[in-house]
Design a protein around this ligand. Structure first.
Ligand SMILES: NC(=O)c1ccc[n+]([C@@H]2O[C@H](COP(=O)([O-])OP(=O)(O)OC[C@H]3O[C@@H](n4cnc5c(N)ncnc54)[C@H](OP(=O)(O)O)[C@@H]3O)[C@@H](O)[C@H]2O)c1
Length: 217
């Protein structure tokens, strides 16, 4: 498949690109700061890099041409994230570009700040979400808004939001997928596990229109 990768300059995005390339996919990386992409990826013949902002509707639509699916590791950058939900606006443009180019599949990174009806109470996750809501208000608002945009504007797409807990750099690719407070999902996830989950989900399509919480075992 030809995949458009968003958030490919962060450590989770880089792992995702590596996993996609290892599974013989072709990759288009749409990034505002392509200088952060490691040389081994940038020089891979299966990789195309498009430099552009997530506010540039035309460039996004152009980059989407011939793409089979979009994988996104985009996420807010912490407590100083702006309060005007830039990433939710970006997803709105991404979804519009997908529709224009007949791209149906979107797998996006989310967090526990996005709620799901299958979630149960969990002290650990409540503490995580509350601390983000208090200390990183802009990030919290944007993450919640991202889910709303994907669900409403992407209603006709085959979307999956893979919600992540605290990310680690462990090597383990094994992932447990479920919901908050289900007794299976834990509070950490190796970035390699996120990458493995999304590339596997691309093949399996087990979580269409769902927002599972994924974690390392
Ligand atoms: N660290 C954790 O424990 C944890 C826990 C839960 C969720 N998360 C979320 O998981 C995401 C991925 O984490 P990470 O540590 O692997 O990577 P990261 O360094 O936070 O990477 C975020 C990615 O999103 C891009 N991005 C953010 N805002 C953007 C904007 N306005 N326009 C264009 N691109 C934008 C960044 O691009 P640039 O490189 O150009 O900035 C980067 O590629 C994080 O963003 C975070 O929200 C993290």
């Amino acid at each position: 498949m030809r995949l458009l990768i968003l958030g490919g300059t962060g450590p989770t995005g880089i792992k995702t690109i590596e996993e996609a390339l290892a599974a013989s996919h072709t990759v288009v990386i749409y990034a505002r700061s392509p200088g952060k992409i490691p040389d081994a990826i940038a020089t891979d013949p299966a990789v195309t890099i498009v430099e552009g902002q997530l506010t540039d509707r035309e460039k996004l639509t152009e980059a989407m041409q011939g793409v089979d699916a979009v994988l996104s590791a985009l996420g807010p950058l912490g407590p100083f994230h702006p309060s005007d939900t830039p990433l939710a606006h970006a997803y709105s443009l991404v979804i519009d570009a997908m529709k224009k180019q007949n791209v149906a599949r979107l797998i996006a990174l989310g967090t526990a700040s996005m709620k799901d009806e299958h979630d149960r109470f969990s002290i650990a996750f409540s503490a995580l979400v509350n601390s983000v809501a208090i200390f990183a208000r802009g990030a919290y608002k944007d993450v919640v808004a991202i889910a709303e945009v994907i669900k409403s504007e992407g209603a006709e797409l085959q979307w999956t939001i893979a919600r992540v807990p605290v990310l680690t750099n462990h090597d383990t690719k094994e992932v447990v997928a479920g919901y908050v407070g289900d007794g299976k999902t834990k509070t950490t996830l190796a970035r390699a596990g996120f990458a493995h989950f999304v590339v596997t989900e691309l093949e399996k399509g087990e979580w269409y229109q769902k927002i599972p919480m994924i974690s390392s075992p």
